[in-house]
Design a protein around this ligand. Structure first.
Ligand code: HEM
Length: 371
């Protein structure tokens, strides 16, 4: 899609799409302007669901402050040994085979296991938990109305089951707190008031929904670049300290989230266009990340690009809460794969199937072979 984004950015940097009934914003400075002005561009698009992702100040900060301490780079860095252990366990069975399904075998289970442990899901429930997480981000089997309705039903059932499950764990933690996120949330207060059970459960579900598929796609997109550019594999083996910046460059070049939605709260001028209050505004990070006014040689993947002010994790007050965790998981995975696998390649003959969502950049399967 990046070619299309580039054309739109260069020809119609801010445009109204009659068909989808929304504004599209493609240039770096314009996207940044939208994301850093929550007073003009609200995140409250979804009234049924009031998570921090879909609230505006001042409520947004109150919600975010509750869990911030669990997601600081320092708190997250402490998880590195455990993330390494899980990664090693997941790849071990495949090393002697010389091939694996990167997404099913590693990039999907890793973030699910890590977030489950952070939240406080007992190890014995992990499979159940993974099944629920999978349904949370599942797309329809095909384009038919029937498939869509079936998926809707499945998601509804799934949500009810997850709700019951988290409510049970919550009751256990109320009696006996542990060092996990559920206990942290139960102890938390906003204006002297504890969160309701629904709010605690909602928080857990937000973390699952926001963190799993995105991290899966970051890992996969990074390995995809490595297999598309074999010389990069050698470079990173020789300079492992560049893995961190190569992950940032992946977030710029192949961002797992390519578009972020807002709603205009007032009538506002943007790059010569007039957006009316109440209209939808989509910020195309996937286009902004390759804007030549911000990035030199934007179409080249430069593993040690500096500076790299990509917006792959968004920008401003809603900047991704899970960024330190996603970065760490991706770093551990790349390190481990490059260490144990020579010449990583997409399995010959594989036709890549893009994920069917305009907001996501990723593929459904990524079988690899290696020496
Ligand atoms: C927000 C991307 C991983 C939790 C965001 C936003 C983006 C993003 C673009 C901003 C949305 C907006 O402005 O409306 C990503 C990507 C990830 C990733 C690309 C992986 C590579 C995670 C993980 C977690 C997480 C692992 C949790 C464990 C959140 C939450 C928000 C958020 C809670 C809302 C923050 C707020 O509203 O203040 N993410 N995310 N994300 N992300 Fe992530």
């Amino acid at each position: 899609p990046f070619k299309v984004y580039a054309e739109l950015r260069d020809n119609t940097p801010v445009r109204y799409d009659e068909h989808r009934e929304c504004w599209d914003v493609f240039g770096y400075e314009d996207v940044k302007y939208v994301l850093k002005n929550p007073k003009l561009f609200s995140s409250a698009r979804d009234r049924a669901n009031t998570s921090m992702l879909t609230t505006d100040p001042p409520k947004h900060k109150q919600l975010r402050d509750l869990v911030n301490q669990a997601f600081t780079p320092k708190a997250i860095e402490a998880l590195a040994p455990r993330i390494q252990e899980i990664t090693d366990e997941l790849i071990a069975p495949h090393l002697s085979e010389g091939h694996m399904e990167l997404i099913d075998d590693l990039a999907t289970p890793l973030p699910v296991i890590v977030i489950a442990e952070l939240i406080g899901v007992p190890a014995a429930d992990r499979q159940k938990f993974k099944d629920w997480s999978d349904v949370l981000v599942k797309g329809a089997r095909d384009d038919s109305e029937q498939a869509f309705q079936e998926l809707l039903e499945e998601k509804k059932r799934n949500m009810q089951e997850l709700h019951i499950y988290f409510t049970d764990i919550m009751e256990e933690r109320r009696l006996q707190p542990k060092d996990d996120l559920i206990s942290l949330l139960l102890a938390a207060e906003i204006d002297g008031q504890q969160l309701t059970s629904d709010e605690v459960v909602g928080f857990c579900i937000l973390l699952l929904a926001a963190g799993n598929e995105t991290t899966t796609n970051l890992i996969t997109n990074a390995v995809r670049i490595l297999s598309e550019q074999p010389e990069l594999q050698q470079e990173l083996r020789e300079h492992p300290e560049r893995i961190t910046s190569a992950i940032e460059e992946t977030l710029r070049y192949y961002p797992p989230i390519v578009a972020i939605g807002r709603v205009a709260k007032e009538t506002v001028e943007l790059n010569g266009q007039t957006i009316q209050a109440g209209e939808q505004v989509i910020s195309w990070v996937g286009a902004a990340n390759r804007d030549s006014t911000q990035f030199e040689h934007p179409e080249d993947f430069i593993s040690d690009r500096k500076p790299n002010r990509h917006m792959g994790f968004g920008f401003g007050i809603h900047f991704c809460l899970g960024a330190p965790l996603a970065r760490l998981e991706a770093r551990v995975v790349l390190h481990t794969l490059l260490q144990h696998m020579g010449n990583i390649q997409l399995m010959p003959g594989t036709a890549l199937q893009p994920i069917q969502s305009a907001f996501v950049f990723g593929v459904k399967h990524y079988p690899i072979q290696f020496n």
